[in-house]
Design a protein around this ligand. Structure first.
Ligand code: 5GP
Ligand code: ZN
Length: 113
């Protein structure tokens, strides 16, 4: 069952009840380091407003998200990266508070430029 606002871990991070390594913050958005990074510099950008999936998020809460993702991507110094956003269990969403993964992808030997 989806976490409610009261039990949601990302809402607790927004409220400062669970610590995080904060990267940036605006009135409506928070960016922090992922606790289980799948790559060096893996970070999360979330709206402060609780919404389980992107479909539930009001348009009014969306304005700062893309600019924040751009800032975080540039600040990471990554030349290659993926922005990933999961919605629903079948799509691998585990935390039921909208979040965008910013995942640097180190270039590997043999990659084309
Ligand atoms: P999902 O699969 O829902 O898209 O990804 C959830 C992400 O949240 C995972 O990458 C996981 O490591 C991260 N995460 C879960 N709990 C915490 C936490 O308490 N703190 C931080 N910083 N990241 C978390
Ligand atoms: Zn929440």
């Amino acid at each position: 069952m989806a976490a409610s606002l009261a039990t949601c871990i990302f809402c607790k991070i927004v409220k400062g009840e669970i610590p995080c390594l904060k990267l940036m913050e605006t009135e409506s958005v928070l960016a922090f380091v992922d606790i289980g990074p799948i790559a060096k510099g893996h970070s999360l950008v979330i709206p402060k407003h609780h919404a389980a999936t992107l479909s539930d998020l009001p348009e009014s809460e969306m304005a700062d998200i893309l600019p924040a993702l751009k800032k975080i991507a540039i600040a990471s110094g990554a030349q290659n990266y993926n922005i990933l956003q999961n919605n629903g269990r079948a799509a691998h969403q585990v935390v039921d508070h909208v979040h965008f993964h910013m995942i640097p992808k180190p270039a590997e030997a043999g990659d084309k430029e």
